[in-house]
Write a new protein. Structure first.
Length: 167
């Protein structure tokens, strides 16, 4: 058997960021020309699981860099730096008609990012990843105040940034 992995390292930066910030995802420590699948899994607040994944081949230095390397298949293809996240769909066997939405914007969303040997399309839960990390995505920045507002039958939410004074 040919050894395909030296000591794989999954590098995700930043590990904590706002949902609209770009993630930098890299896999290092592979041998050149190795087929891997990068997989992102999110357990939504309603109990459903969502996933996005891309198929990659390591470059001459044994590295996959999502921001510059093309996904050859999966839930997206091409050079898509945020493809792991925007291509998320309910995992196979989920209820129909699901929408991914955030109910509690004050709680982070934990995205489990993993690397698997070969190009996989299903069965991620049954296979051990060769590397994994959890990235936190936040909807509300630290210090932002959330105020529920009700006036004359109108309901809304006011988000006040730190340092702001209301008159």
């Amino acid at each position: 058997m040919i050894r395909q992995f030296l000591r794989p390292l999954l590098w995700v930066r930043p590990l904590r960021c706002m949902v609209d910030e770009r993630l930098d995802v890299r896999v290092q420590g592979l041998l050149p020309g190795v087929r891997v699948t990068l997989h992102a899994l999110l357990h939504a607040e309603d109990g459903d699981f969502w996933e996005g994944f891309g198929h990659y081949v390591s470059d001459d230095s044994g590295t996959v860099t999502v921001s510059k390397d093309a996904s050859l298949g999966g839930s997206y293809d091409g050079v898509k730096p945020m493809g792991l996240l925007w291509s998320m769909k309910p995992i196979p066997g989920s209820r129909t008609g699901l929408r991914l939405r955030k109910k509690d914007v004050q709680a982070q969303a934990d995205v489990h990012i993993s690397v698997y040997k070969d190009h996989l399309t299903h069965g991620f839960q049954e296979k051990p990843p060769i590397a994994a990390v959890v990235a936190q995505r936040w909807y509300m920045a630290p210090g932002v105040q959330r105020v529920d507002v009700t006036d004359k039958g109108l309901k809304g939410t006011l988000f006040i940034p730190p340092g702001t004074t209301l008159m």
